[in-house]
Design a protein around this ligand. Structure first.
Ligand code: NAP
Length: 331
């Protein structure tokens, strides 16, 4: 495994981060990744040298179960070997009903959630704490103030921001700067070669402000592995048990006309460099020169993970990189 600096911070992370969104997630009546599978996947990450793990308070059914699985696994490992990221924003209700202050980015919710996250992960601090979404009902000044307190108390090392409009990210950075508060160092938008334009302005802010970008869904939920077929009526034929077969919105979300075109280019490049479409897609992200880019892979089996880790050894020429770039912007 190769390691890189997490953007403008002093922390070194593996070139790929591992995402735990599917841990304990119930889809269509089945748990996608149960406790045993989760622990096998974390073992595989460790064996491959992945030291960067992404989770969120709300991952798993019930909420918090993904963090619990990671905490149990960490009991038998040295927590200091890992860079752990979690998030706050979405309603956190366990199996109960979320109350008026059980979501969002207000002081009360963030204060309660960080304690739960630390307890479930079995750690005194997390390395990176993201706001999962923007909260229109809480002034960003209050959010940045409470996040700054968490950093100064040593409960959180760095702050991150996930999906939001570019102007909101800019407003948060501006608020931190004028108020003397901690600012975001890391971002987590959905970015992959087939879905890039939607976050073009956001990525311009990241490049300008020297923010590390950790793309989520870097393989478009598995679409860019090439395992889906296009049906004659323009739909998606999904292998049994795949995300496309479990998630009704998969086709609309990931299998756009542009995505099929991008996949074709990625497959052609893959044949030239003897790499799978998944590996080429991840390498293309890692090769973004404008900002430090660390994709968050969501492999569901050790075999998928091994294939994805192979991206670290793939080399794309400038011409191959640009050909994928041209496909992604439709030129
Ligand atoms: N901030 C946010 O709002 C947000 C949103 C989404 C995700 N995330 C984070 O990003 C992480 C990754 O997201 P993602 O799971 O959508 O990423 P992804 O890497 O685009 O998709 C992962 C899925 O692709 C399939 N896959 C992966 N590698 C494969 C391979 N080599 N061969 C065949 N299939 C393969 C697997 O699906 P199947 O085997 O099930 O088909 C796997 O579950 C999440 O775990 C989470 O940590 C954050």
């Amino acid at each position: 495994m190769e390691y890189t600096t997490l953007g403008n911070t002093g922390t070194k992370v593996s070139r790929l981060c591992y995402g735990t969104w599917r841990f304990a997630k119930e889809s269509g009546g089945t748990v996608e990744t149960d406790r045993e599978e989760a622990h096998e996947l974390l073992d595989a990450c460790h064996e491959h040298g992945i030291n960067f793990i992404d989770t969120a308070n709300a991952y798993g059914d019930p909420d918090g179960t993904a963090e619990e699985y990671i905490g149990e696994w960490l009991e038998n490992h040295d927590r200091e070997d890992f860079v752990i990221a979690s998030k706050v924003y979405f309603p956190f209700d366990g199996w109960g009903e979320a109350g008026p202050n059980d979501s969002g980015l207000g002081r009360k919710h963030i204060r309660a959630q960080i304690e739960g996250t630390l307890e479930r992960l079995g750690t005194d601090y997390i390395d990176l704490y993201y706001i999962h979404r923007w909260d229109d009902e809480t002034p960003i000044r209050e959010t940045m103030q409470v996040l700054t307190e968490l950093v100064r108390e040593g409960k959180v090392h760095y702050l991150g921001a996930s999906s939001m409009a570019a102007w909101k990210l800019t407003k948060a950075l501006w608020t931190s700067d004028v108020e003397g508060l901690e600012r975001f160092d890391v971002t987590q938008p959905m970015v992959n070669a087939a879905h890039y334009d939607e976050v073009g302005d956001y990525l311009d802010v990241c490049a300008d402000q020297d923010l590390a970008v950790c793309p989520y869904s870097p393989l478009a939920g598995g679409f860019l592995t090439g395992k889906y077929e296009r049906t004659d009526d323009g739909g998606v034929e999904a292998p049994d048990g795949s995300r496309g077969s479990l998630q009704e919105t998969f086709g609309d979300r990931y299998a756009t006309d542009r995505a099929w075109d991008v996949l074709e280019t990625i497959e052609a490049v893959g044949e030239e460099v003897d790499a799978s479409p998944a590996q080429v897609s991840l390498r293309w992200l890692m090769d973004q020169g404008r900002f430090s880019c660390i994709p968050i892979v969501g492999a569901r089996s050790p075999d998928q993970l091994e294939e994805n880790v192979g991206a670290v050894d793939v080399e794309l020429s400038d011409e191959q990189f640009e050909r994928i770039d041209a496909a992604r912007n439709g030129s």
